[in-house]
Design a protein. Structure first.
Length: 236
Protein backbone atom coordinates (compact mmCIF):
# COMPACT_ATOMS: atom_id res chain seq x y z
CA UNK A 1 0.00 0.00 0.00
CA UNK A 2 2.85 2.37 0.76
CA UNK A 3 4.54 1.62 -2.55
CA UNK A 4 1.28 2.22 -4.46
CA UNK A 5 0.74 5.48 -2.59
CA UNK A 6 4.26 6.77 -3.18
CA UNK A 7 4.23 5.67 -6.82
CA UNK A 8 1.11 7.78 -7.28
CA UNK A 9 3.04 10.79 -5.91
CA UNK A 10 6.39 9.92 -7.47
CA UNK A 11 6.82 13.29 -9.18
CA UNK A 12 6.70 15.04 -5.76
CA UNK A 13 9.34 12.85 -4.13
CA UNK A 14 13.05 13.62 -3.79
CA UNK A 15 15.52 11.51 -5.78
CA UNK A 16 16.61 9.73 -2.59
CA UNK A 17 13.04 8.68 -1.88
CA UNK A 18 12.49 7.56 -5.47
CA UNK A 19 15.55 5.34 -5.12
CA UNK A 20 14.19 3.98 -1.84
CA UNK A 21 10.90 2.95 -3.48
CA UNK A 22 12.65 -0.12 -4.88
CA UNK A 23 15.01 -0.84 -1.96
CA UNK A 24 13.26 0.11 1.27
CA UNK A 25 10.06 2.15 0.91
CA UNK A 26 9.62 2.40 4.68
CA UNK A 27 12.65 4.72 4.83
CA UNK A 28 10.67 7.34 2.90
CA UNK A 29 8.61 7.83 6.06
CA UNK A 30 11.79 9.03 7.79
CA UNK A 31 12.83 11.48 5.07
CA UNK A 32 13.88 14.94 6.22
CA UNK A 33 13.17 16.49 2.81
CA UNK A 34 10.32 19.02 3.15
CA UNK A 35 8.66 17.91 -0.11
CA UNK A 36 8.80 14.27 0.98
CA UNK A 37 7.35 15.16 4.37
CA UNK A 38 4.32 16.76 2.72
CA UNK A 39 3.75 13.58 0.71
CA UNK A 40 4.30 11.36 3.77
CA UNK A 41 1.64 13.30 5.71
CA UNK A 42 -1.04 11.62 3.57
CA UNK A 43 0.50 8.14 3.44
CA UNK A 44 -1.32 5.05 4.77
CA UNK A 45 -0.72 4.62 8.50
CA UNK A 46 0.89 1.56 10.06
CA UNK A 47 -1.67 1.56 12.82
CA UNK A 48 -4.55 1.21 10.39
CA UNK A 49 -3.04 -1.84 8.70
CA UNK A 50 -1.78 -4.08 11.51
CA UNK A 51 -2.99 -7.66 11.67
CA UNK A 52 -4.50 -8.98 14.89
CA UNK A 53 -1.24 -10.51 16.15
CA UNK A 54 0.68 -7.26 15.67
CA UNK A 55 -2.06 -5.22 17.33
CA UNK A 56 -2.01 -7.51 20.37
CA UNK A 57 1.78 -7.47 20.51
CA UNK A 58 1.98 -3.67 20.37
CA UNK A 59 -0.79 -3.29 22.95
CA UNK A 60 1.19 -5.52 25.33
CA UNK A 61 4.34 -3.42 24.86
CA UNK A 62 2.45 -0.21 25.62
CA UNK A 63 0.70 -1.76 28.60
CA UNK A 64 4.09 -2.73 30.03
CA UNK A 65 5.38 0.83 29.69
CA UNK A 66 2.27 2.21 31.34
CA UNK A 67 2.50 -0.28 34.20
CA UNK A 68 6.03 1.02 34.92
CA UNK A 69 4.96 4.67 34.54
CA UNK A 70 7.37 5.16 31.63
CA UNK A 71 6.03 7.96 29.43
CA UNK A 72 6.11 7.41 25.68
CA UNK A 73 4.91 9.07 22.50
CA UNK A 74 3.64 6.94 19.67
CA UNK A 75 5.23 7.94 16.35
CA UNK A 76 3.63 6.37 13.25
CA UNK A 77 6.56 7.53 11.08
CA UNK A 78 9.35 5.96 13.13
CA UNK A 79 11.31 3.41 11.09
CA UNK A 80 14.70 1.72 11.38
CA UNK A 81 17.28 1.64 8.63
CA UNK A 82 17.68 -2.15 8.38
CA UNK A 83 15.17 -4.54 6.90
CA UNK A 84 15.33 -7.25 9.54
CA UNK A 85 13.38 -5.29 12.16
CA UNK A 86 9.89 -6.51 13.04
CA UNK A 87 7.17 -5.47 15.47
CA UNK A 88 8.15 -2.56 17.73
CA UNK A 89 10.84 -0.01 16.91
CA UNK A 90 11.78 2.67 19.42
CA UNK A 91 13.94 5.71 20.06
CA UNK A 92 14.96 7.51 23.22
CA UNK A 93 14.92 11.24 22.59
CA UNK A 94 15.73 14.40 24.50
CA UNK A 95 15.04 18.10 24.07
CA UNK A 96 18.38 18.96 25.72
CA UNK A 97 20.53 18.56 22.60
CA UNK A 98 18.75 20.72 20.06
CA UNK A 99 17.98 19.18 16.68
CA UNK A 100 20.09 16.07 17.38
CA UNK A 101 17.65 14.79 19.95
CA UNK A 102 17.79 11.02 19.34
CA UNK A 103 20.04 9.45 21.96
CA UNK A 104 19.48 5.78 21.16
CA UNK A 105 17.27 3.66 18.96
CA UNK A 106 16.49 0.04 18.25
CA UNK A 107 13.75 -2.49 18.00
CA UNK A 108 12.75 -6.11 17.74
CA UNK A 109 14.23 -8.48 15.15
CA UNK A 110 12.97 -12.00 15.68
CA UNK A 111 14.20 -13.29 12.32
CA UNK A 112 17.77 -11.98 12.30
CA UNK A 113 19.56 -15.01 13.78
CA UNK A 114 17.64 -17.35 11.49
CA UNK A 115 18.60 -15.23 8.47
CA UNK A 116 22.25 -15.65 9.51
CA UNK A 117 21.92 -19.43 9.69
CA UNK A 118 20.98 -19.96 13.32
CA UNK A 119 17.82 -21.30 14.92
CA UNK A 120 14.67 -19.14 15.08
CA UNK A 121 15.38 -16.85 18.03
CA UNK A 122 13.46 -13.79 19.27
CA UNK A 123 15.70 -10.77 19.72
CA UNK A 124 15.73 -7.09 20.53
CA UNK A 125 18.57 -4.61 20.55
CA UNK A 126 19.60 -0.99 20.34
CA UNK A 127 22.49 1.32 19.52
CA UNK A 128 23.34 4.58 21.28
CA UNK A 129 25.37 7.66 20.46
CA UNK A 130 28.19 7.77 23.01
CA UNK A 131 28.89 11.45 22.38
CA UNK A 132 25.23 12.37 22.83
CA UNK A 133 24.99 10.37 26.05
CA UNK A 134 28.14 12.08 27.31
CA UNK A 135 26.63 15.49 26.55
CA UNK A 136 23.66 14.62 28.77
CA UNK A 137 25.78 13.77 31.80
CA UNK A 138 25.74 16.53 34.40
CA UNK A 139 28.98 18.22 35.36
CA UNK A 140 30.65 16.19 38.11
CA UNK A 141 30.74 17.82 41.53
CA UNK A 142 33.88 19.74 42.36
CA UNK A 143 36.47 17.65 44.21
CA UNK A 144 36.63 18.27 47.95
CA UNK A 145 39.05 21.00 48.91
CA UNK A 146 41.99 19.71 50.94
CA UNK A 147 43.25 20.64 54.34
CA UNK A 148 46.92 21.66 54.18
CA UNK A 149 49.22 20.49 56.97
CA UNK A 150 52.07 22.99 57.39
CA UNK A 151 54.78 21.70 59.75
CA UNK A 152 57.51 24.09 60.87
CA UNK A 153 60.62 22.38 62.23
CA UNK A 154 61.90 18.82 62.62
CA UNK A 155 59.64 17.94 65.54
CA UNK A 156 56.63 19.24 63.63
CA UNK A 157 57.58 17.21 60.54
CA UNK A 158 57.24 13.99 62.50
CA UNK A 159 54.01 15.03 64.18
CA UNK A 160 52.55 16.22 60.86
CA UNK A 161 52.52 12.64 59.59
CA UNK A 162 50.37 11.40 62.44
CA UNK A 163 48.04 14.42 62.20
CA UNK A 164 47.65 13.90 58.41
CA UNK A 165 47.03 10.19 58.88
CA UNK A 166 44.31 10.81 61.50
CA UNK A 167 42.58 13.41 59.35
CA UNK A 168 42.64 11.17 56.30
CA UNK A 169 41.10 8.33 58.29
CA UNK A 170 38.40 10.80 59.34
CA UNK A 171 37.58 11.45 55.69
CA UNK A 172 39.50 14.65 54.99
CA UNK A 173 41.59 15.23 51.88
CA UNK A 174 45.00 16.28 53.16
CA UNK A 175 47.80 18.14 51.43
CA UNK A 176 51.11 17.75 53.27
CA UNK A 177 54.18 19.73 52.26
CA UNK A 178 57.62 19.65 53.85
CA UNK A 179 59.87 22.22 52.15
CA UNK A 180 60.13 25.99 52.31
CA UNK A 181 59.34 28.66 54.85
CA UNK A 182 55.85 29.36 56.17
CA UNK A 183 55.05 31.80 53.37
CA UNK A 184 56.01 29.36 50.62
CA UNK A 185 54.11 26.51 52.22
CA UNK A 186 50.97 28.63 52.50
CA UNK A 187 51.39 29.65 48.86
CA UNK A 188 51.48 25.97 47.97
CA UNK A 189 48.32 25.42 50.03
CA UNK A 190 46.55 28.21 48.13
CA UNK A 191 47.71 26.74 44.82
CA UNK A 192 46.18 23.41 45.88
CA UNK A 193 42.91 25.28 46.61
CA UNK A 194 43.09 24.18 50.24
CA UNK A 195 40.21 25.26 52.45
CA UNK A 196 42.23 25.50 55.64
CA UNK A 197 45.83 25.27 56.80
CA UNK A 198 46.87 23.43 59.96
CA UNK A 199 50.10 25.07 61.07
CA UNK A 200 52.25 22.99 63.40
CA UNK A 201 54.98 25.07 65.04
CA UNK A 202 57.17 24.32 68.05
CA UNK A 203 55.19 26.61 70.36
CA UNK A 204 51.85 25.07 69.32
CA UNK A 205 53.14 21.53 69.76
CA UNK A 206 54.28 22.32 73.29
CA UNK A 207 50.62 23.07 74.01
CA UNK A 208 49.41 20.01 72.01
CA UNK A 209 47.71 22.42 69.65
CA UNK A 210 47.82 23.70 66.08
CA UNK A 211 47.11 27.05 64.49
CA UNK A 212 44.23 26.63 62.03
CA UNK A 213 43.91 29.28 59.33
CA UNK A 214 40.76 29.74 57.24
CA UNK A 215 42.31 30.26 53.81
CA UNK A 216 39.17 31.94 52.47
CA UNK A 217 38.74 34.54 55.20
CA UNK A 218 42.29 34.63 56.60
CA UNK A 219 41.02 34.10 60.17
CA UNK A 220 43.33 32.03 62.37
CA UNK A 221 42.65 30.34 65.71
CA UNK A 222 44.50 27.91 67.94
CA UNK A 223 42.87 24.49 68.26
CA UNK A 224 43.82 21.59 70.54
CA UNK A 225 45.02 18.61 68.48
CA UNK A 226 42.39 16.34 70.01
CA UNK A 227 39.72 18.81 68.83
CA UNK A 228 41.14 19.22 65.32
CA UNK A 229 38.73 16.90 63.50
CA UNK A 230 35.68 18.54 65.08
CA UNK A 231 36.95 22.03 64.29
CA UNK A 232 37.77 21.20 60.65
CA UNK A 233 34.35 19.61 60.06
CA UNK A 234 33.00 23.09 59.21
CA UNK A 235 35.34 23.19 56.18
CA UNK A 236 34.08 20.03 54.50
Amino acid sequence: MLVDYFQAHRERLSQDSIDRLDRNPLRILDSKDEGDRRVVAGAPSFQEHLNAASKDFFATVKAGLEALNIPYKQNPLLVRGLDYYCHTAFEFTTDALGAQGTVMGGGRYDGLIEIMGGPPTPGIGWAAGIERLAMLIAEPPAPPRPVAIVPMGAAADARAQTVAHALRRAGFVVELGYSGNLKRRLQRANKANARAAVILGEDELKRSAAAVRDLDSGDQVEVALDQLEAHLARFR
